[in-house]
Design a protein around this ligand. Structure first.
Ligand code: ADP
Ligand code: ZN
Ligand code: ZN
Length: 748
């Protein structure tokens, strides 16, 4: 057999120009240790600077003259090496979503570098109690107060925690050292894992499953046992017992010696949810989310790798936890946009989970009250097995929903943000000491400032977005953080009528306080939840009835039961309908359905008021009726008509550069190449649109152009990607950076 002497290495530099492998010789001494996946240090570039990289292939074939080939310098000490599965996942991400290999590798490594284990030190007595007592007597005689304290403690305990000795007992390190050298004590060091969650798990809780629930568990587990691994979709309203089903499914899978990944949108990862898993699985479950320290993340992955935990709960990145015997992936609230990554590689957790499940022979279970059109259409086609949970199990009845036409209110002289109906109901609930939630369904902020005379909108000088009004007369850019003082006069026409469009949550809070002066109000939005733990604080003080009204953005409609809430007001339901994005009808339906599910979780029946300027829009009327099927049919009809996903597939190609001309030139040339290809291959069913300026045409002084490609067949979009990549690689003079986004969830 020929010796495998050469390694193909991906260099740890994030640029598409180096997005290929470079071949290095493996020095004799490293032949045993350098494997596929190993992270290494190699000389790179003209200056031969030592640069980190990952070995992705080992071969006996030299790609070029061996004489000219550089050698691997050493193993990289700090960096974590991806496993074989992780490498396969990285290749999948690169090929499916068009990212550089290095970005894909970094995504599949849940931790990038090794973090030293935490250590616990214990002082252990090496002498008998008798011997210690005689030493103690001597030290009392010599007035050695520190040593006396220490020895006195040692007469009582054979082992003492190190921190106790140096802390509470105030023993100097020199005293400890001298006792060690006299062989009175030794110090034992034990490393342990950082545990991010300390929960009083209490008694194990298990409900007897309903027939509907049990049937799901039986089917999936019977498939598992028969070696069939497929994808299931559980459609069930909030409170219909989906989580209880996940718990049983996971438990059965764990019993069979396999591990499970439970994905939950970060925002829904609440204390309550975690507690349910801890009650069932105790120390065998752990969590991975953005508030963990690097050391905590590292340790959870180590525990997973060594098989010390069976279940990991986390947002989409938890998919990459290295379980050897993965048996099941559950994705709760599968429709959530946060399952799609917004940075390269722009992967979708559902699709990536499908790949991972097939790689590992695992089952994939999706659940939602309002399934994504993608998942539901696949279930209808029979690609996923569909289960429906139809009943709420806690007895709480569905709320009464009414839709209020804000145009009519205005016509009849009511200019307030509260319709007369909502006002009356709020007063009624306040007088009965019941709680109210008010929901503003907008993404981020509005609160922009414009001139009423000439129409000028105050914009960020670096980004093509309007500045948001904050307290204290400040205007802030939410993309780059730019700040300026609010102008007194219009900078363009000099008019003094330059005013804020007052409809952000902050302004609404002010209005609530004015109109209902006696009421306690809590506000929850990106501003009030910036600090770690503040999200939980607001929720728990509302749950503790420290306030009557909780006002907030999307954050308030997820998770959490508030039995005292009997009124949910949606302030302007069509705000989310006006996004320039083909998903907005679906988002609006999902948000309103979720909001409606928030009221009346307790004994009392709840009411929901949806205020809107478009009372006839199907997203609003069908959410009010809680009619998912009818909504699916309507929305799918629209997607088919327009050729949007899931009817067809969409690829956004984004060109960015500091030089506007270069970004545009690269985009235009790409557009030509793609159209040529389309004509030459004689195809008429797809289309290439653009290039055009992106909706946000500049961020941080970087210009943005976009091309959209629509195709029924995903594979054809991959050809467009390849054509674009090939063109870019052969264009050394152009600075434009190219990114791909397949089936994007945002508009560019
Ligand atoms: P979902 O995840 O669909 O919102 P959950 O699993 O959280 O639903 O269930 C909603 C409520 O019903 C929870 O309080 C849960 O404890 C309870 N529940 C779920 N299944 C059962 C059951 N089989 N018997 C009794 N209560 C149940
Ligand atoms: Zn003006
Ligand atoms: Zn900016």
């Amino acid at each position: 057999m020929k010796e495998k002497k050469y390694a193909d290495v991906i260099i740890d530099i994030s640029h598409e120009k180096v997005d290929r492998t470079f071949q290095y010789k493996i020095p004799e001494a490293l032949r045993e240790t350098v494997l596929v996946g190993t992270s290494v240090m190699v000389p790179f570039g003209r200056g031969n600077r030592l640069t980190a990289g990952y070995v992705v292939e080992i071969t006996d074939q030299a790609e070029f003259d061996e004489e000219k080939m550089k050698e691997i310098y050493s193993l990289s000490k700090q960096k974590v090496s991806p496993s074989e599965d992780a490498l396969k996942l990285a290749v999948f991400l690169k090929e499916t979503y068009g990212s550089t290999m290095i970005a894909a590798l970094k995504t599949v490594l849940p931790v990038k570098r090794e973090v030293k284990a935490k250590e616990k030190k214990t002082i252990v007595r090496q002498m008998t109690g008798e011997e210690i007592r005689s030493l103690l007597a001597e030290s009392i005689r010599k007035h050695q107060t520190g040593k006396t304290r220490f020895l006195a403690a040692l007469t009582e305990e054979k082992k003492l925690p190190y921190e106790l000795v140096t802390g509470k007992l105030h023993i100097a390190p020199s005293t400890i050292k001298s006792l060690i050298s006299q062989q009175v004590i030794t110090v034992e060091t034990e490393s342990y894992y950082r545990n991010p969650v300390r929960l009083e798990t209490g008694r194990r809780e298990e409900k007897k499953l309903s027939n509907e629930q049990q049937a799901i568990v039986d089917t999936v587990i019977a498939d598992r046992d028969a070696g069939i691994c497929k994808t299931y979709l559980i459609h069930g309203i909030t409170g219909s017992g989906k989580t209880e089903v996940y718990l049983s499914l996971i438990e059965e899978t764990v019993k069979r010696g396999r591990q499970c990944i439970m994905l939950i949108p970060e925002i829904a990862l609440t204390y309550q949810t975690l507690l349910r898993f801890y009650k069932r699985f105790g120390d065998r479950v752990s969590v991975l989310n953005s508030s963990l320290s690097e050391g905590e993340r590292y340790d959870q992955c180590e525990r997973a790798r060594k098989g010390e935990i069976d279940v990991i709960i986390g947002p989409r990145s938890a998919l990459f936890v290295p379980f050897e015997k993965l048996g099941m992936i559950v994705i709760d609230e599968e429709h959530e946009p946060s399952y799609k990554s917004e940075t390269m590689p722009r992967y979708h957790a559902r699709e990536t989970a499908e790949y991972l499940a097939s790689l590992k022979g695992a089952s994939l279970v999706l659940g939602s009250a309002t399934p994504s059109l993608e998942a539901y259409s696949r279930a209808k086609k029979g690609e996923y097995e569909l289960f429906t949970l139809t009943r709420r199990l806690t007895g709480g009845r569905l709320a009464d929903v009414s839709v209020v036409d804000l145009r009519k209110e205005l016509k009849e002289g009511n200019r307030s943000i509260f319709s007369r109906k909502l006002q009356e109901l709020i007063e009624d609930r306040l007088s009965r000491k019941e709680q109210i939630m008010l929901f503003l369904n907008r993404r981020g902020y509005a609160g922009f400032v414009s001139c009423r005379s000439c129409g000028l909108v105050m914009k960020c000088p670096h980004c093509d977005v309007s500045l948001s009004q904050h307290r204290g007369g400040k205007l802030v850019c939410h993309y780059c953080g730019y700040e300026m003082q609010e102008p007194k006069k219009c900078p363009s026409c000099g008019s003094p009528y330059i005013l804020g469009f007052k409809a952000g949550t902050q302004q609404i809070e002010d209005q609530i306080r004015k109109r209902f002066p006696g009421a306690g109000v809590l506000r929850m939005d990106a501003d009030t939840t910036r600090r770690k733990g503040s999200y939980e604080e607001i929720l728990s003080s509302f749950a503790g009835e420290e306030a009557d009204i909780l006002l907030g953005t999307q954050m308030i409609v997820k998770g959490h039961d508030f039995p005292k809430v009997t009124l949910m007001g949606v302030l302007a339901a069509d705000l989310s309908l006006n996004d320039s994005d083909y998903h907005c009808g679906e988002r609006t339906f999902q948000l309103l359905t979720q909001a409606a599910g928030r009221a009346g979780r307790g004994v009392r029946k709840g009411e929901v008021v949806i205020q809107t300027y478009q009372p006839d829009h199907y997203s609003i009327t069908l959410a009010a009726n809680q009619d998912y099927e009818a909504f699916y049919e309507e929305e799918m009809g629209y997607r088919e008509l327009m050729g949007y996903p899931p009817a067809e597939h969409l690829l956004a190609i984004l060109f960015t550069s500091k030089e506007e001309g270069q970004a545009l030139a690269a985009a235009e040339e790409t557009g030509r190449i793609l159209r040529n290809y389309q004509e030459e291959s004689g195809r008429s069913d797809g289309s290439v649109i653009g290039p055009s300026k992106a909706a946000v045409s500049k961020i941080n002084d970087i210009y943005r152009f976009v091309i959209y490609c629509k195709e029924k067949d995903y594979q054809k979009l991959l050809i467009y990607k390849e054509l674009t990549e090939n063109y870019r690689k052969n264009l050394p003079g152009n600075s434009a950076f190219v990114q791909f986004d397949f089936d994007p969830v945002n508009t560019y």
